[in-house]
Design a protein around this ligand. Structure first.
Ligand code: FPP
Length: 249
């Protein structure tokens, strides 16, 4: 931790605790560009990206934010070079194995959302273990979107509801927002209040399409491995300036 970051151990005094987002989501973009700038292979950017994510999780916990969701792997990311996909799958598995003890000690509840059945078996096993061992933890809810796509999530919810209608378990008139949300991967998780995207791209990239209906979006030019407590502080300052109206005047 740098000297400046040590200073940011506690919630900075100019941030209002009552106006903190309850749930922050992140699109961790720019790992490849970060690595290229350092003259390193792309995969080194992902390795450093894990460190940035760990720091952010700790920071959210220190500052009293209840939930963090990170977009680790999209349904489109399979189109990357096989070598990079393999590296990422192995990285997720290794990080999960290495960090599980600490997550248990730190009272972190980890969960995964996405089409998890299409992931390598060994990764699925690690995911199940980490979710089971942290399921009663309460300090912070950490959700990792892996093989996740917002459109696919909405489609699978539609399919599940259609089957229930076909079986006579649900009447079409009963389909409302609450019922629909219970069929999303994120059932039971509150919608994000703030979505942060790094590396300057201004897109949702198929992330939390339903859940971000009223969420605030903050874009920073910082590349993900450089996203630290100072950057997070800036994002929260910007968020606290926003007037959230949820469609009212
Ligand atoms: C986007 O940068 C980043 C990813 C697709 C991977 C993000 C994954 C991690 C940081 C690891 C998280 C680990 C766990 C266990 C949750 P990019 O490759 O698109 O960068 P570029 O746009 O500069 O090419």
């Amino acid at each position: 931790m740098t000297a400046q970051q040590t200073e940011l151990q506690n919630l900075p005094s100019d941030l209002k605790r009552e106006l903190l987002p309850k749930h922050v989501a992140v699109i961790m973009d720019g790992n490849g560009r970060w690595a290229k700038r350092q003259g390193l292979p792309r995969i080194m950017g992902h390795k450093r990206g894990v460190d940035a994510l760990k720091d952010l999780l700790r920071c959210c916990k220190d500052w009293g934010i209840q939930a963090l969701t990170a977009y680790a792997f999209s349904t489109e990311n399979w189109k990357r070079p096989q070598e990079e996909v393999d590296f990422l799958m192995t990285l997720f598995q290794r990080v999960l194995r290495q960090e599980l003890r600490e997550m248990v000690e730190e009272n972190v509840q980890i969960q995964f959302v996405g089409n998890l059945g299409a992931l390598p078996r060994s990764l699925q096993a690690e995911i199940s273990r980490s979710m089971a061992e942290t399921s009663h933890n309460q300090a912070i809810r950490f959700t990792v979107a892996t093989n996740y796509g917002g459109r696919q999530e909405i489609l699978q919810a539609c399919r599940a509801i259609a089957h229930k209608v076909q079986q006579g378990l649900i009447q079409p008139d009963q389909i409302d927002e609450q019922l629909f949300e219970r069929h999303l991967y994120t059932a039971g998780i509150t919608d994000p209040d703030l979505l942060i995207r790094t590396s300057g791209e201004m897109r949702l990239s198929n992330f939390l399409l339903w859940q971000m209906a009223y969420g605030e979006i903050y874009i920073t030019d910082a590349l993900w491995p450089d996203f630290d407590r100072t950057e997070f502080y800036r994002a929260l300052c910007a968020y606290q300036q926003r007037e959230r109206r949820f469609g009212t005047v």
